[in-house]
Design a protein around this ligand. Structure first.
Ligand SMILES: Nc1ncnc2c1ncn2[C@@H]1O[C@H](COP(=O)(O)OP(=O)(O)O)[C@@H](O)[C@H]1O
Ligand SMILES: [Mg+2]
Length: 254
């Protein structure tokens, strides 16, 4: 796996923090990493974008590339139209990722918002770039109520396009997870049919970069260069299964 698309169920759900963690874990494992943010919206010309944030957190060895920047915090196609700037075609995204993969072991491509946000006037999305690249897509998902539907919809949208959903990473695992978040750990896998590949603790994005880098492998599964175990995470957090008192042990007669 040399190119990985990092998408998610929406905006502000932790794609950049998860991308940074994957980059940090890969660097710690001795791999060279590039982060490609094809379309950066909602930041001014001098402000750091998501790719720069990944370098800040994961370290200066990471290459950051941005292809287009639009000032308004909108879908790339809308932001481009409103600012009179050119849109990005999926081929441009794929070419940039392929070029980076020539001299990096891992290229992380962070989408804008959720999977089906339009990048151009033809309605092309990150999924179209993933198809050109033949790259798997990671789904970053929120922990709490509502995530089962949006994560499963994203997984289905990928499968409907003959793309490969790699798995799910929880973008921000609360310090005090509520019942929904705890139940979702098992239900996310059941509902989406995808493995859980990590959970980045809430607040991680505000850690000192050195601590972020040292901790990142413990948030991610071995397939993402980490040491995190879904099994032990679930055994820590999943609520006990309800066994009704006095109920028959098998559902005979049902
Ligand atoms: N695990 C986390 N630790 C700290 N802050 C987080 C975490 N996940 C998300 N955030 C914060 O929430 C906001 C959105 O996260 P971000 O990774 O930028 O989401 P996205 O890239 O999906 O829009 C940011 O301000 C970020 O710092
Ligand atoms: Mg982001």
């Amino acid at each position: 796996m040399s190119v990985l698309m990092v998408s998610g169920t929406g905006t502000e759900i932790g794609k950049t923090v998860v991308t940074s963690a994957i980059a940090a874990a890969a660097v710690a494992a001795g791999r060279s990493v590039a982060v490609l943010k094809p379309a950066q919206t909602g930041v001014g010309p001098q402000e750091p974008g998501d790719a720069a944030e990944a370098v800040r957190l994961a370290g200066p060895s990471v290459t950051a590339v941005e292809l287009a920047r639009y000032p308004e915090p909108l879908a790339p196609d809308t932001a481009a139209r409103r600012s009179g700037l050119p849109t990005l075609a999926p081929a441009q995204i794929a070419e940039a990722a392929e070029r980076l993969s020539l001299d990096h072991d891992l290229v992380l491509v962070e989408g804008a918002g959720g999977l089906l946000v339009h990048f151009d006037e033809s309605g092309n999305t990150l999924a179209d770039a993933a198809r050109l690249l033949g790259a798997p897509t990671l789904i970053v998902a929120p922990a709490g109520l509502g995530t089962l539907n949006s994560t499963t919809l994203t997984a289905e949208a990928l499968r409907a396009r003959d793309l490969t959903p790699l798995g799910v990473v929880v973008g921000s695992w609360p310090q005090s997870p509520d019942l929904a978040a705890r139940c979702n750990l098992a239900d996310l896998t059941r509902s989406s049919g995808l493995p859980l590949l990590g959970a980045v603790p809430e607040g991680s994005g505000t850690l000192a970069p050195e601590l972020f880098r040292a901790s990142a492998p413990s948030w991610l599964a071995p397939s993402l260069s980490g040491t995190w175990s879904a099994r032990s995470f679930l055994s820590t957090w999943s609520p006990p299964t309800f066994v009704p008192t006095g109920a028959p042990s098998s559902p005979a007669g049902v």
